[in-house]
Design a protein around this ligand. Sequence first.
Ligand code: GLN
Length: 279
Amino acid sequence: PETASIGARHHRTDALLARATAALADLPDATPRLEAELLLAEATGWTRTSLLAWPERAPPDEAVATFEALLARRLTGEPIAYIRGRQEFWTLELRVTPDTLIPRPETEQLVELALDRLDAQRPLRIADLGTGSGAIAAALASERPDWSLVATDRSAAALAVARDNFRTLGLERIGCLRMDWLAALASGSLDAILSNPPYVAGQDPHLDRGDPRFEPRSALTPGGDGLDAIRTIAAETGRCLRPGGLLAVEHGFDQGDAVRRIFASAGLHRVETCRDLAG
Ligand code: GLN
């Protein structure tokens, strides 16, 4: 009803943004102004900068209609990353679909840790397990031309998205392997293993709020206490990682003790826990 009654002056960029920002304010976890700009940029093909530079400009009617449709989707809770089909990660823009987890800023700290700990000059062989959209592997490959990366996922649909991202980013050298965790990787072949595995407990109410409602369940939780994927990775690491290599996994804020115990009983040494920016 609102859409039908708006006149031309309400079609100005500034009015569209103000109205969308107000509507998005009711959505939990949204960043209203930013998302309004992203959706209008998406609908018009104009950059966010140009939206702000020409507040009085009115987009064509079709673009306004598209904007209203995108906004309506967002107001149902659909993640903005799926609506745009894109998510920024590290210095990259990645294609994401409902077959992939939406890369989180916290996971950039896993990338930083790997860049910090691993020798940039040596031709290291590194695996990103459960790569999803390919975020971790792509970020590392983009920073370290001498490293050889392999991205695994058991989801063929996710791996297709990852492969597409690698191609778009000129990172075709990243190998893609469809498998569970490390299942088919050769013994002792890796210098580092990185993963943002599913680690949320099966009954965690977090799964029923915000973006996770729309994400692949299997990317978020292995069920149970949330630690089964990490158990499997830790158990297989001894076979695939060279002695002295690095295993780094993201896990829940309250899983540090449990993960250290899992690693220790898998015979892994010098285990450390790091807090991310959100604590
Ligand atoms: N940290 C993610 C979340 O907040 C979960 C990611 C994962 O399970 N790997 O939903």
